[in-house]
Design a protein. Structure first.
Lengths: 216, 992
């Protein structure tokens, strides 16, 4: 009986089988890369805000402490977003007529809140607490980057679970002295693992990797 | 479940012949081991097959699954939704975003207040707890107050002022009423009537009195379908005046409850339950432990924990009380009762032995004569001043409310009422059937009704004013001992709600006066001379007005009090009697639209989403009815249809029905649930009636009864002993089961040498089955409700259930209640079967359930010997209704479909306490973490804490000889353990 398929089809079949696997792997890789890319995580992407607020100007130029606006960062889960009142403490006097600040003045007069676009978005099943991180010596810039150099705000970290766990597993690599928590320009010393280990002992930091630490 | 032939009562009786003594059973079906029960047991989720519609074949199902998998993958490609942060414009100074605030307030039920601390997240009340400083709460809450948050956010609440069903707004009501008030001034209020519920609020009482001065011919009526009417009349029979009776249960060694469910209902039950439980600790020995005798018709929580319980039908109750009264030295004629003489004699002997430390309590729903008898017995036993004390009435005006309502309806029928304000209540639904409220109401020209919901009464009224919920209003109210609480709102009214004070102020020529001004204005006058601000802040802060408890009053029995008690006649033995009781969950019907309460399995019957005609198994058999047969109940010509429920321990020859069901206009949840016993209830037969007939209808009904759900199939789950046994062998409970050595496992152990190790102990000796913990858990953990059909399918989502076990004679079994929640096993069977590690072990011994990892295989639930895991078969949580969103606890995920969930030991509270402690550089203190169930429990049955700390209370209890692990023989090493139940029986009744 004559062969229906030519010999060369064997090669085609092999290529197709392995090619299929290869294509699947490629697709998975592309998907994973996309998922991790800035496009998807919006890392390094500036959000449009109702008022073009510059952390760079307020922190670096004016020297305002983080806690002047983010008042509850040491006491609560939520760091706090300043009310219009806080803006107006200064801006009723300086730049009082700036058109850029019109939404702030509107808000103050109408009593309607300014709606800021959230830059650091955590999924609803993650329960994060700022206060405990701050009190254990995790600085603002560790997660939020050099906000003092951001004219408009963007995020520098993905906030992926793996990223959280990097620190939760080995806090010694990231912890800093408590008095440096709000210092934006703090850089880890060359012997951070050794210094960090000391701080971990001093601050009684435990590696918290139980699921219910964050998910519940 | 349908009844088949083999589950008939004949068979049960047959099987029972071979039954042995001390075995525990959960239902009559289980007792008889019917095929029905077997089938139920082997099918863990019996409703699963039923929910398959059959419209789809296997291939289509696979195709759909494939498609949904692909689409689910695609949905992962969308970018994250943009979120907004909306800060305050002028941030309130007391708010720390992310930290809840607590405000003292009170919930009023039947006029009486129970103190609460309401939790507020950024201005949204999400949960209530008891106020430890309030005498009627002592920090505990009841199921009804736990569920009040859901009532606040109920989307079916009345939302606008309406006239004849059309929205008009508050202003047009103001205008209309101002005109009416003027007209009434001309006639001095001749046709002006006010109908309220029981009033203890000093401000409201003052307003009404002022109003009656301004309109001298106007009248104030009160009607409350469930309440202490008999007690009011009874105290007048005995003392010639209205007095308020309070008990010091902690001082009582021997308690006789005459159909009194004093541990689970009434204005002071939280306090009494705490005082009672305080005398149930084993280590005080025989002398310390109290002894409780209960005679009752319908099995109750109080009856379940009694040493000696006797089911009696209503008419026998009075004969029994007379017999006891005569024996303890009260000059009454006793015609003899059906109770075995030996039982009565032993009881009487016990009471007389404990002169001055005994206590006789007559139930709220017994006749006035019974209350008078109880007063006389307490007097004769020297209890007054020791375990009983009297005060002036707490109510603003104690009246016979049936009489009050009848007078009002007679006047309305005569056409002499032209303006009627119905402030709260739903008399169209709840008035006695012989008082034709509708006929009277229709003759009134202007009918104003104020209530939370647009209900049966609102429909017949010309105006309806939405009532502001108590969490939205300024008011005040008094507790059982007179202690006053100023009720403060936590949130501005969600809708156009007004408080009763604001409504009445229209007629006091003060329209638009705010509730705050009215209440504060009253107290300004009341405390004249003292600093108002200081008083106000102190009272609001503590939740009680200092020194407002009423002083003890000494009263004397009237000389001729016995003549006012009509001589009792021997009851007609052949007649069936009926007794009416408020529903343990939805009370008089006012909570009918509250899903948490509707879905709550009732304390003893474990019935949810329905009421039933409860009768004893023997009576059901005699009358030829099977469980769940629908019968027609006929009482003096009035009839309703009701499903039969044969309840072990119910009194023979009588039927108990629960009020509050059969609402026709309650809302989406409550309308059309159950049948309406108010249709049978007349002013003559308020709580009990004779001459009930039951006619078969050949219909059957599905009842959502959870008594068999999550069955753990026999074994020594609950362990009970007497105090004598305990003294002989303190470790008896542990010896009832075997505990394998801890190393007996192939899996590596966990290291707890550092940090915390959480654990819980549940004291079976304290649980009265009141369900407060169950609702507290739902409120704390955002649990959804599933509806009647899903409950019937065993899919209720409550993380905590209260198992009820019977042993002994089915006509009067002894009952044991056991709260069952996740045991957080050390060798957890659920953990090892999860294919995705969605449930695993924490470093502090918690058995973690991670929702965002769960793929819904349900292996864990299948492998759980305690059956405490709950699966979201459908999207049970309401993610759509806007008004329900602010209710949720922001610290707990709202679960979606296809996810397993279970008790977490309130891990959000653990985390919060740990973070606080870490920030203060210390360890979590013992007692700092309180789980929701523990916090709600009136008898302190739950203890939670760190087992690693040998000084913690939980560690001490774990060392207690009574401590045992449920199903510990499976070597799962449960972290939640139980203290065995101890009884203190009278040896004259129960030979050892």
């Amino acid at each position: 009986m004559a062969q229906i398929f030519h010999r060369s089809t064997n090669t085609i079949a092999r290529v197709t089988i392995f090619g299929g696997i290869f294509i699947l792997a490629l697709l998975s890789w592309v998907w994973a890369e996309l998922y991790r890319s800035d496009y998807s995580t919006e890392v390094n992407v500036v959000r449009d805000q109702p008022v073009p607020f510059s952390h760079k100007h307020h922190v670096s130029d004016d020297g305002i402490d983080c806690r002047y606006c983010h008042t509850t960062v040491e006491t609560s889960k939520f760091a706090g977003i300043p009310g219009t009142d806080t803006c107006m403490t200064c801006h009723s006097e300086i730049w009082a007529d700036s058109p850029m600040l019109q939404p702030v003045r509107d808000s103050y007069q109408t009593g309607k809140s300014i709606e800021w676009a959230r830059v650091h978005v955590l999924p609803d099943y993650v329960f994060f607490d700022h206060s405990i991180h701050v009190s254990k010596g995790i600085g603002c810039s560790t997660c939020h980057g050099r906000v003092d150099q951001m004219p408009l705000t963007w995020s520098v970290n993905t906030l992926f679970m793996g990223w959280c766990l990097d620190c939760h597993r080995t806090p010694a690599l990231f912890v800093r002295p408590r008095d440096q928590v709000f210092n934006m320009s703090w850089v880890p010393p060359a012997d951070q693992p050794i210094q960090g280990e000391k701080l971990v002992k001093e601050y009684k930091i435990k590696s918290q990797t139980d699921c219910w630490t964050c998910h519940r | 479940m349908k009844n088949t032939d083999e589950s008939g009562l004949d068979l049960i009786r047959e099987r029972l012949r071979g039954a042995r003594g001390q075995e525990y059973w959960r239902s009559l079906d289980e007792l008889a081991d019917t095929k029905e029960f077997r089938r139920f047991l082997h099918n863990e989720f019996p409703g699963l097959a039923g929910s398959w519609s059959g419209l789809i074949n296997r291939r289509d199902a696979l195709r759909l699954m494939g498609a949904s998998l692909a689409l689910a993958g695609l949905s992962g490609c969308t970018s994250r939704p943009a979120e907004k942060i909306v800060p305050y414009v002028h941030p309130p100074t007391e708010f720390v975003p992310g930290k809840p605030l607590y405000y003292a307030t009170a919930m009023v039920l039947g006029g009486y207040a129970k103190g609460l601390l309401a939790e507020s997240h950024m201005g949204r009340p999400t949960k209530v707890e008891g106020n430890p400083r309030h005498p009627a709460s002592l920090g505990a809450t009841e199921a009804l107050s736990q569920a009040s948050v859901l009532s606040l956010y109920d989307p079916d609440r009345a939302q606008a002022v309406t006239r004849n069903g059309r929205i008009t707004g508050w202003l047009s009501f103001l205008t209309a009423m101002s005109e009416r008030a003027e007209a009434q001034h001309l006639s001095k209020g001749k046709g002006f009537r006010i109908l309220t519920e029981t009033v203890t609020s000093p401000t409201l009482a003052h307003q009404i009195r002022t109003l009656l001065e301004a309109f001298p011919a106007a009248k104030w009526h009160q009607y409350e379908p469930v309440g202490g009417n008999s007690a009011r009349i009874g105290s007048r029979l005995a003392f010639g005046e209205s007095v308020n009776t309070c008990y010091r249960v902690d001082q009582a060694d021997v308690i006789l409850a005459l159909d009194a469910d004093f541990l689970c209902s009434g204005p002071a039950h939280l306090r009494y339950a705490r005082d009672w439980a305080g005398r149930r600790r084993a280590h005080g020995g025989r002398e310390r432990m109290n002894r409780l005798y209960v005679v009752e018709t319908m099995p109750s929580g109080t009856g379940a924990v009694a040493e000696h319980r006797l089911p009696l039908r209503p008419s026998d109750m009075e004969a029994f009380a007379h017999a006891v009264a005569k024996e303890v030295g009260v000059a009454v004629h006793a015609p003899g009762s059906s109770v075995p003489e030996a039982w009565t004699a032993a009881l009487v002997h016990d009471l007389r032995q404990h002169r001055g430390s005994s206590l006789v309590i007559a139930g709220e729903f017994q006749s006035p004569a019974m209350h008078a008898l109880a007063h006389a017995m307490n007097q004769a036993l020297g209890n007054v001043g020791n375990t009983v004390f009297y005060t002036d009435p707490v109510e603003a005006r104690p009246v016979d409310q049936i009489q009050s309502l009848r007078e009002l309806v007679d006047e309305m029928k005569a056409g002499s009422v032209d303006l009627l304000l119905i402030l709260g209540g739903n008399p169209m639904f709840s008035a006695p059937a012989d008082i034709d409220f509708a006929a009277g109401l229709n003759r009134v020209e202007t009918r104003v009704h104020q209530s939370l919901h647009f209900d049966e009464t609102s429909r017949l009224c010309s105006w309806h004013i939405p009532e502001a919920h108590f969490l939205e209003t300024w008011s005040d109210a008094r507790a059982y001992d007179g202690t006053t609480t100023i009720i403060q709102p936590l949130i501005a009214p969600l809708y156009e709600g007004k408080s009763v004070h604001e409504l009445l102020s229209i007629f006091l020529d003060e329209p638009n006066r705010s509730g705050y001004d009215i209440v504060r204005g009253y107290w300004r006058n009341e405390i004249a001379g003292r600093d108002l601000d200081e008083f106000w802040h102190a009272s609001l802060n503590s939740g009680v007005v200092d020194g407002s408890a009423l002083p003890v009053k000494s009263v004397q029995l009237k000389e001729d009090w016995t003549t006012s008690i009509t001589a009792i006649t021997a009851p007609n033995a052949s007649e069936i009697e009926i007794s009416f009781r408020p529903d343990p969950s939805i009370f008089d019907g006012r909570f009918a639209n509250n899903g948490w309460l509707q879905e709550l399995p009732k304390p003893l019957s474990k019935l949810a989403w329905d009421n039933a005609a409860f009768l004893s198994p023997a009576t059901a058999e005699r009358l030829g009815f099977n469980h769940r047969d629908v019968v027609e109940l006929v009482l003096h010509g009035r009839s309703v249809e009701a499903p039969v429920f044969a309840l072990p321990g119910h009194a023979p020859d009588s039927v108990t029905v629960h009020l509050g069901f059969g609402r026709t206009l309650a809302g989406k949840v409550g309308t059309g649930v159950g049948f309406n016993p108010y249709l049978l209830r007349t002013s003559e037969n308020l709580w009990a009636g004779q001459g009930l007939e039951l006619h078969p209808t050949r219909k059957q009904m599905v009842l959502a009864c959870t008594e068999l759900h999550h069955s753990m199939e026999g074994r020594n789950l609950v362990r009970v002993g007497s105090i004598a046994e305990f003294e002989k062998n303190p470790g008896f409970a542990r010896e009832m089961g075997e505990t394998p050595p801890s190393g007996d496992t192939l899996y590596p152990g966990f290291d707890y040498s550092q940090g915390y190790q959480w654990g819980m102990v549940v004291n079976l000796n304290a649980c009265v089955g009141c369900n407060a913990c169950v609702v507290a858990c739902e409120a704390e953990n955002n649990s959804p409700i599933v509806g009647k059909q899903e409950v019937a399918n065993s899919r209720e989502m409550q993380w905590l259930r209260i198992d009820r076990y019977y042993s002994g004679d089915k006509e009067n079994p002894s009952t044991t209640l056991a709260p069952v929640l996740c045991m957080h096993c050390e060798n957890a069977p659920c953990e090892v079967v999860c294919p995705v590690q969605a449930t695993n072990h924490s470093s502090e011994g918690l058995n973690q359930m991670v929702y965002n990892r769960c793929v819904g295989t349900r292996y864990c639930s299948n492998n759980c010997p305690y059956k405490v895991r709950r699966f979201n078969f459908y999207q049970y949580s309401d993610w759509v209704t806007p008004s329900l969103k602010p209710m949720r606890n922001p610290d707990v995920s709202v679960r979606g479909r296809g996810v397993m969930e279970k008790c977490s030991y309130c891990v959000q509270r653990i985390q919060e306490a740990k973070i606080t402690a870490e920030k203060e550089d210390r360890l979590v203190r013992d007692g700092e973490i309180v789980t929701a169930c523990q916090q709600a429990c009136p008898t302190q049955a739950f203890t939670f804490g760190n087992i690693n700390d040998p000084d913690s209370r939980v560690a001490a209890l774990k060392r207690d000889p009574l401590n045992y692990g449920m199903l510990a023989e499976l070597n799962v090493r449960p972290r939640t353990s139980y203290l065995a139940k101890l009884r203190n029986p009278n040896r004259e009744i129960e030979k050892e």
